[in-house]
Write a protein that binds this ligand. Sequence first.
Ligand code: 5AD
Ligand code: SF4
Length: 459
Amino acid sequence: MSKRYFIHTFGCQMNVNDTLRMSEALKSVGYAATADFERADLIVLNTCAIREKAEDKMHSALGRYRQVKLSRGALIGVGGCVAQQEKSKLLERSPWVDFVFGPDAIGNLPQILERVGQDRVRVVDTAWVDSEEYVFPRADAETSRGKVTEFVTIMKGCDNVCAFCVVPHTRGREVSRPFVDVLDEVARLTRVGVREVTLIGQNVNSYLGGISFAQMLLRTCEVPGVERVRFTTSHPHDLSDELIEAFKVQPKIAPHFHLPVQSGSDDVLKRMRRDYTVAEYLERLARLRAARPDIAVTTDIIVGFPGETEADFEKTLQLTEAAKYDGQFSFVYSARPKTAALLKEAEWGVVPHEQKVERLDRLQALQKRISLELNSQNVGKTLEVLVEGRSKTDAARRFGRTPQNRTVNFDGDAPAGALVEVKIERASASSLGGVQGRMLSPAPVKIDEAPADAELCVA
Ligand code: 5AD
Ligand code: SF4
């Protein structure tokens, strides 16, 4: 019987996508997936270092998996951003870990396993691959069979210098994937039934893979079978006129822009080294909304960055009101190794934890009110929904998303992959509810609705 693997994924879409590539590497050497870690012969943690909390979660998970090592001798590997950051320190701290591998070493998994299994050595593979030599792992479209929507990596790394962020240290310099490879992957995905793709990278609008990012989006929309194209994540300083123009001319570019602002205070933005002002950000946003009036905008905010005063924070509340975000991902600032903010925090002034949490609560309450207000405007409307499968909260209902990326749970029987109209009857701050109407376009292939990512455990 083949050996079984279990991957526990933390963090962002890049990691979710990297987990798929890890699965493919493991399958190529005879492993099969299991959804039950207690039966696994190999457990891999694909980790995130963005905030201390994510790192803490991974250490407690690692403690749980130690039992599986003791009971059945499972191999334990740590990949992802914490692996890149901590390297051999992880082996010292957790003696039951067999190997540590960085994001550039996913393709080396078969060789790493051979060394661990046959030579009985513990391995650390966190070397950077030079930009010119880096080859993006080629996705196997079969991995995505059964999915309606899929991520496609278009670049890796980040050349920005945001003072709070560990990513440039864990993912290295930007490298763009040649556009022909991206388009080829998209075409292969549509053949197995995928209708929506999200182009991903830490900083997609500085893409340099042979054509501009705006052209990359337009070309992706032209791949036969592609219904919607999304992307994430962006830095406001590369929101070019060309990209705004693409939103105007190509309706398949889904009307949703995730544009992290981080703070509503120019003083804080300057210390964060974000190189735009709130006024410049709002001006870009206004141009985007003029080009595509139905666009939904979401953002990321950090509260309690070193030196953030009550007045600074109130400016973040004011910006939240002014920008009318459809949604926000907001976090308390977490000091990260090697970052500029960590070096400067004594000089700038650390915001006490209770104050950070109190500010986060206020911001989240405000955003909840705005999200509910905006979502409620959809009640009574008929919206186009791409069906993804069963509702996660009620298996008798269906689940899908609008072009704006709003989640909709509805009564109906449309199969995954179909594009249908849904009459909206209810709204909450996080989702919409309604009843299926007209079928706009049937599913291109029959999708087996056994949960496609049963083997994935995303924290
Ligand atoms: N502390 C808190 N939040 C952070 N982010 C990035 N680094 C930190 C940090 N040190 C947030 C930013 C980013 C999102 C992915 O995570 O808002 O946009
Ligand atoms: Fe976490 Fe950033 Fe790494 Fe993604 S790239 S896993 S968010 S640290």
